[in-house]
Design a protein around this ligand. Sequence first.
Ligand code: ADP
Length: 164
Amino acid sequence: MKVCYPGTFDPVTKGHMDIIRRAAETFGEVVVLIMHNPRKKCLFSEQERKAMLERCFEAEGLENVTVEVGSGLTVKYAESLGARGIIRGIRAISDYEYELQQATANMMISDRVETILLIAKPEYSFLSSSVVKEIIINGGDASAMMPDAIVSEVTAKLSGADTI
Ligand code: ADP
């Protein structure tokens, strides 16, 4: 079964990678979706984020996982790819409240795509792209929180930056 995993991935973390690996093992085929959102300010361009994700999949030997940059409504985009599910990760109740609203709205738009919520592993439940960026900007070491394949690129981009 093909599923989509939409998100911002600015940048991808070990928490995202764990969700991707589990989704691929459970459902077979995963399309990671970077949805174009001009209102969201990101550190990395869509193409940079796509290239970093692809490097991580290759490094980790994930074969049935691809990345696309899409625009418009996520659920419609997922439908156009022939995906039957939208994967989202839940770290805390605050994630759940947001995802419940999104999933309910998506039900109004499509009855072919189910939202599937995967619970974060405890070791990643604190982890977000923002946490990674904050740590590096403040001189800390976030290398254990990202896939090895992107550590140098993310660190280089943020070194010297005083804002994200
Ligand atoms: P978005 O802007 O769509 O929330 P993110 O890249 O921040 O994009 O997250 C994409 C998805 O991955 C969301 O469902 C989010 O809850 C989930 N996620 C983010 N970090 C983690 C993590 N550490 N463990 C599990 N799921 C996560």
